[in-house]
Design a protein around this ligand. Sequence first.
Ligand SMILES: [Fe+2]
Length: 342
Amino acid sequence: MNIKFYQVFLVIYTILNIATFVLYGIDKKRAREEKWRIPEAVLLKSAFYGGAFGAGIGMLFFHHKTRKKEFQVKVPLFICLHIFLIIFCTWSNNHLVVTKYDLGKDSGVAGDFRIVQVSDLHNTYLWWQKGYVADMVAEQKPDMIVITGDMIDSRTTDKKTSIDTAKRLTSIADTYYVTGNHEERFSDEYLEEFFAELKEAGVRVLEDEYILVGEGDEEFALIGIRDKSLERMELPLKELIREAQKEAGSDIPTVVLSHEPQLIKTYAEADADLVLTGHAHGGQIRLPIIGGLVAPDQGLFPKYTSGLYTSGNTKMIVSRGVGNSAAPIRVFNDPEIVVVDL
Ligand SMILES: [Fe+2]
């Protein structure tokens, strides 16, 4: 069964509210019977920690605490706070934005070439608008679309949204894909099936390989690294760059698709020109000045969560991605698609 975060939230939130409603009913009954009462602080805390609606309905239904000033003020306040938080978190998680990077001559690629990057979809369905991600990608009129891993989520076997999105993306432009850590957690059989569905949708799956794109001084090498290779520290990047240079000349610009940004030094050692990554989900909660709060493989206050970074001759773009995984909430951290103009 594929359980989504909002379903879990709805169940827990409903239970908390029913429990709080019952608590108010019990306290009213005990007040009538002049028995030991539930402390008012407990009733208010149960309202604050998730049961605000249950408390409000309980007050009205049982005519309980309705003349108590503290309850008259705090319970409606908690209801407003809960409504605000639910709307804010829903908006934060679904407010997809476009971030543009114009590398121009710095890219080493002559002419204009636009890459749109979609990262960390995690099979996310932006529920109010079907196909929203693909629609926004189409608006950018890309020459190429790249998907940098975690298209599906290892906590569920559901891949429908990902495959639907892939089909839409390939109708817009040539689409290339590398795995993220989530795909690599699945069995070989499942992954084979997923790759087959992606290929059927028209996506080119890059498994530690390169292709040459464009011609003449507009040519560049697109290199895709599987996340499995990063995890096993068998990064074949140097070798792939060498092979591409051998085929297309030593000055061929290289654009690398690789899921994980914390390996920036490794990318720089291989002398990659541009690396497109994701994985960090923007650090989940973004604070002013500090930036992201937490990211996989980087821990607290991660360094590489969003934006353009440089190490040696290597530029690395980290996409905040589209979806979420184990940490289900984004705060001040809009999901994004990335546009790179070479
Ligand atoms: Fe991810």
